[in-house]
Design a protein around this ligand. Sequence first.
Ligand SMILES: Cc1cc2nc3c(=O)[nH]c(=O)nc-3n(C[C@H](O)[C@H](O)[C@H](O)COP(=O)(O)OP(=O)(O)OC[C@H]3O[C@@H](n4cnc5c(N)ncnc54)[C@H](O)[C@@H]3O)c2cc1C
Ligand SMILES: *[C@@H]1O[C@H](CO)[C@@H](O)[C@H](O)[C@H]1NC(C)=O
Ligand SMILES: *[C@@H]1O[C@H](CO)[C@@H](O)[C@H](O)[C@H]1NC(C)=O
Ligand SMILES: *[C@@H]1O[C@H](CO)[C@@H](O)[C@H](O)[C@H]1NC(C)=O
Ligand SMILES: *[C@@H]1O[C@H](CO)[C@@H](O)[C@H](O)[C@H]1NC(C)=O
Ligand SMILES: *[C@@H]1O[C@H](CO)[C@@H](O)[C@H](O)[C@H]1NC(C)=O
Ligand SMILES: *[C@@H]1O[C@H](CO)[C@@H](O)[C@H](O)[C@H]1NC(C)=O
Ligand SMILES: *[C@@H]1O[C@H](CO)[C@@H](O)[C@H](O)[C@H]1NC(C)=O
Length: 585
Amino acid sequence: MKFLSVLQLLLSVPLSLTSVSASPPSSPLSQTWDFIIIGSGASGIPLADRLSETGKSVLLLERGWASSGRWGGAWKPEWLRGTNLSRFDVPGLAQLVWWDEVVGNEGVWCADVEAKAACLLGGGTGVNAGQFYLPTWDDFDANQPPGFRSRDVASALGKASQRLPWTDTPSMDGKSYLTNGSYMWREALTNSSAPGHFRFITANDNLNDRNRTSSWTEFFFQNGEKGGPLATYLVTASQRKNFKLHMNTTVARVLRDGDVATGVEVESTGPGGLTGTINVTPGSGRVILSAGVFGTFKILLRSGIGPTEEIQRLASHSIEAAKLPPRKKWINLPVGHNLDDGPNHLLGVSVQGMDSYPWETLWSSTRDNPDIKKYLGSRSGPLAQLQASIGPVSWDTVLGQDGRKRVIQWDFSSGKNVQQAPGDGGYMIFTSNLNLGHTSRGRLTLTPNLTVSIAQPPYFTDASGHDFSALLTSATSLLALINATILQTQPGSFFLAPPPGVGLEQYLRAAKPASSNHWVGTARMGERCGEGVVVDASTRVCGMRNLHVVDASVVNGLPTANPQAVFVVVAERAAEVIRGLGGRY
Ligand SMILES: Cc1cc2nc3c(=O)[nH]c(=O)nc-3n(C[C@H](O)[C@H](O)[C@H](O)COP(=O)(O)OP(=O)(O)OC[C@H]3O[C@@H](n4cnc5c(N)ncnc54)[C@H](O)[C@@H]3O)c2cc1C
Ligand SMILES: *[C@@H]1O[C@H](CO)[C@@H](O)[C@H](O)[C@H]1NC(C)=O
Ligand SMILES: *[C@@H]1O[C@H](CO)[C@@H](O)[C@H](O)[C@H]1NC(C)=O
Ligand SMILES: *[C@@H]1O[C@H](CO)[C@@H](O)[C@H](O)[C@H]1NC(C)=O
Ligand SMILES: *[C@@H]1O[C@H](CO)[C@@H](O)[C@H](O)[C@H]1NC(C)=O
Ligand SMILES: *[C@@H]1O[C@H](CO)[C@@H](O)[C@H](O)[C@H]1NC(C)=O
Ligand SMILES: *[C@@H]1O[C@H](CO)[C@@H](O)[C@H](O)[C@H]1NC(C)=O
Ligand SMILES: *[C@@H]1O[C@H](CO)[C@@H](O)[C@H](O)[C@H]1NC(C)=O
């Protein structure tokens, strides 16, 4: 148990965060704000940066603590001591959030959300794998109303791609490491003598080519570090005097005077956090919810905005009842409906001799480790890459009998570790993500103890089963391709999943889909307010004059690929729209 005790020791050292420059000269509680933005995730940070460009006062409230070292984050293994990096800044450590042996990992996730949602600075971008795919036109044209269609977001897309560079070769020496699985996948997928092969492209240079194409995975990593909005947009925002970031501060609810948001009620959730009321500038200030699918849902309900039966349930909760607006001020909107996420299924083959990397042991490793030395010295080597490594990534577009196109993304990975493939073999795994075009939707609910719960997961709930058919079609052709390539060329290889004797359809029907952690859709955006709509194309909550939602909740269905770039583009577009609304409301 040496491993655990070293960790406990590290974690008991108090984190010193005095370098955080965000603390204001006077308390945010005692002034009024032109914009209060709630949540520092993929959307909240870019939005705060763009709105602060106007010179108006912007307060960004975040319930969590500092993740990246740049903002005071100090949680790190011993070998990162004395550097400006936290564990969250090192690409090779990203997947350790899934590794139970890292004591304290549970504190990364929002305790009041049943799904995996990150409650720290940066939100999902603070902890995620950094995969970054610019949106396709269909991502907007198939899901969003006029105002947020592809031609409307063209300039926003240009701005987002300028602020967030991407790479498929993150190591600063320009090399890729541990690649034999990735290259074997690439060779098999693009084998032109095999049935149904894929074309190899560079995903972010060929945005609309998503039918039987493969690409190396693309990441927003920069300079061998994590990168993303925390390393770009938040840096520029923080250079402005009219911008303040406040962490460890949870927004309980929006305070309303009928259809006007007057401010927010906040509760401190850690040292330095704020408790009390923070007001917006009367007559012109706006409150913007960027708290993610789960956070925004909860705040809206606690502000008396959502399905009447949900608010009714809250009203029977003694503490909440006293805080809710009077019943006649409730706004009945389908908040929490239209929940979307991509179901994952895991398939795989056993292949001998894959490169393997003991990424799980990096946490308790030391500076004698040559890879650690290389990383610290030159931001190069396996630690500058995501570990366990993934790639390539592929897309398949299937036309269903209902006339809809559905995009299935396949993530390919390879390796060998004790967790997944005991014994001597290696594995090559491929995971499906049923993305753009699928029609199944689910629903969120708030339980009596104020936990956000998934009342209905959005997986294969469509009555006629077209979502499942699309997955099966794509998986069938991919299996045939792998059977005609890897299984022929690699001695001793065999299918791990589906296992011998189990048919693909039987396997897929029996497997419980995993979440892709790509939740969207719960504050549905319409061109204007009406049936089924929560926000209009000005991002305003229906029935409110100065309350907005700008985050994954307003994206009506999953995009083609991992979604964070879409949320950044939505934030860039929302900034244009909100700036265009003018001062008074
Ligand atoms: C482990 C993991 C890996 C992922 N990998 C990828 C990937 O590689 N590529 C990709 O594209 N996507 C990935 N995603 C998904 C992506 O990170 C999210 O979809 C995205 O971050 C959502 O953006 P958002 O702005 O809607 O909300 P979030 O990024 O979730 O941000 C919401 C923020 O609001 C804060 N907040 C919530 N409630 C309150 C409150 N009441 N008061 C104050 N603050 C509050 C939260 O703490 C959080 O910081 C991953 C997600 C996870 C969880
Ligand atoms: C926030 O709270 C955590 C403990 O939950 C603490 O370690 C940290 O110093 C506080 N402040 C910031 C800015 O993270
Ligand atoms: C750490 O410092 C280096 C060198 O100054 C800088 O390039 C990098 O952006 C910093 N990273 C973080 C996370 O602060
Ligand atoms: C993968 O690379 C390792 C060395 O990094 C080598 O030992 C192994 O044989 C390679 N496997 C295959 C299947 O090429
Ligand atoms: C996708 O490409 C395949 C192979 O080229 C083709 O048969 C299929 O019709 C295409 N699907 C769509 C929806 O365009
Ligand atoms: C909240 O209630 C749900 C069931 O309604 C339960 O599963 C969960 O464990 C509870 N959480 C807490 C923190 O009490
Ligand atoms: C692979 O192809 C062989 C014939 O070469 C066939 O017998 C086998 O059923 C196929 N396996 C799968 C999983 O498709
Ligand atoms: C390419 O596919 C053909 C046909 O299935 C097969 O014979 C050949 O071995 C494959 N080559 C590789 C490198 O997979």
